[in-house]
Design a protein around this ligand. Structure first.
Ligand code: PHE
Length: 440
């Protein structure tokens, strides 16, 4: 059977942007910015994204388009031997990340529905509302199941009819929702204080940890280090398409979405005197409280959580596709069987995460099971994966890399790119890994 491809360049860009733009942009980026000195953090983040981030993305597209294979198969084809560990780690990361990502995706569905109940009321204690919801085992598992069912359905339909067509609708919808919410947020009385907090750099808050946080966030947000962009790159049909330009476009869209999300969160939070450094709870605890004080708050709340849910779905399908593509290419399973069985298995794997937030006590190394998986994925799987991918492209297949990135025409930054892959990215990533384990 012929391997599937994207129907158009725009379809590919929207699918890849859909993978990149997710919970990481709308929930995690504003919160990290708030906790790390506002604009100072944004500045460092941008620097990292447009040097290391974009380079690793070009590297992943190169491997993908050159082989037209999934993450594992691509490494096996280019070079037999231990390098394929990088591909295997990607498949494992797909399983692990999606299992808990889907749990949080389920929370967003619950919050869309609950927006129309007394959750959005000034007399509701949103902290205990959130805590009692996530401790409700049957409910969290149910919403995790609904979220996974949507994701499986899309991947089941295939690359073009499923992933591409879905992203072609959902990504413009996402930007529209973002624009509507920004207009509402920045026109609230008192919004200016939030914008000031967001854009005024405070370099005194920048430490080594800030830089590590920015590096880790860059990888997670751009969906790098686990073969996602290898897999999506493998569905590119034409050699005429510029890989560097595609990577630049997707990086810009992802960074733009994260930056714009800050213009929803901070003005809203400041206008109603809430605490911007509320951290992980900012989205599920602080915002419902703020919405309750706004006229038409129920609608704004539903729109916001819909935005979060859409962003999460288009990322989750890319996580499932990494594993499904492997099973289709290497084990020759039909797509339908692969989507159902792999997706079902990931659903089961997610149940302990869903229950670990208060329903049942499941702790590993002092963390809840969900936090533990997130820790392993970000600190080990994505980072080591990214390190291996850049070394591989820079040292093992430099000739192929040069050919792939100039197949469409000139790539003036090529020498810089190669050296980022060879030295800069691996060294920087190595430092993140040490930092992640608190070794300095
Ligand atoms: N980039 C996604 C986000 O920001 C998460 C993700 C990570 C998706 C790795 C795929 C691969 O939410």
């Amino acid at each position: 059977m012929e391997r599937e491809t994207w129907g158009s360049k725009m379809g590919f860009w929207l699918a890849a942007a859909g993978s990149a733009i997710g919970l990481g942009n709308i929930w995690r980026f504003p919160y990290l910015t708030g906790a790390n000195g506002g604009a100072a953090f944004v500045f460092i983040y941008l620097l990292i994204v447009f040097t290391i981030g974009i380079s690793v993305m070009i590297a992943e597209f190169t491997i993908g388009r050159n082989t037209n294979l999934n993450a594992v198969g691509a490494f096996q084809k280019l070079k037999a031997g231990p390098w394929q560990i990088a591909g295997w780690m990607g498949v494992v990361a797909g399983f692990v990340i999606l299992s808990y990502y889907s749990v949080v995706g389920g929370w967003t569905i619950k919050y869309i529905l609950s927006s129309f109940t007394d959750m959005i009321s000034t007399s509701t204690d949103t902290t205990s509302y959130f805590l009692s919801f996530i401790a409700n085992g049957p409910q969290t598992v149910l919403f995790h199941a609904i979220f996974m069912a949507i994701v499986i359905f899309i991947v089941y339909r295939g690359v073009g009819k499923g992933i591409e067509d879905t992203c072609k609708i959902l990504m413009p919808a996402l930007f529209l929702l973002l624009v509507i919410l920004i207009i509402r947020a920045v026109t609230l009385p008192g919004a200016l204080a939030g914008i000031d907090f967001y854009l005024n750099p405070d370099f005194s808050k920048v430490t080594g940890k800030t830089i590590l946080a920015a590096l880790g966030q860059a990888f997670f947000s751009l969906s790098l280090g686990m073969g996602c962009m290898i897999t999506y790159g493998s569905y590119i049909k034409s050699k005429k398409e510029s890989l560097p330009r595609s990577a630049a476009t997707i990086t810009l869209l992802d960074t733009g979405a994260a930056f714009l999300a800050g213009f929803v969160i901070f003005p809203t939070v400041f206008a109603f005197g809430a605490e911007p450094s509320a951290g992980a709870g900012l989205t599920f605890i602080t915002l419902p409280k703020v919405f309750a004080m706004m006229p038409g708050g129920q609608i704004w709340s539903a729109l916001f959580f819909l935005l979060l849910c859409v962003a999460a779905i288009t990322s989750a399908i890319s996580l499932l596709e990494v594993v499904v593509a492997y099973v289709i290419d290497n084990l020759k399973w039909p797509r339908h069987k692969a989507a159902l069985i792999i997706g079902g298995t990931i659903f089961l794997l997610g149940i302990p995460s869903a229950l670990s937030q208060g329903a049942v006590s499941i702790n590993v190394l002092g963390m809840s099971f969900l936090d533990f998986l997130d820790f392993v994925a970000n600190n080990i799987l994505l980072t080591v994966g990214g390190l291996l991918i850049s070394l591989f492209v820079g040292w093992v297949i430099p000739e192929i890399a040069k050919k792939e990135t100039t197949a469409h025409g000139a790539f003036p930054f090529q020498p810089i790119w190669i050296w980022i892959c060879r030295i800069v990215a691996p060294v920087a990533i190595f430092i993140i890994i040490l930092g992640g384990f608190g070794l300095f």
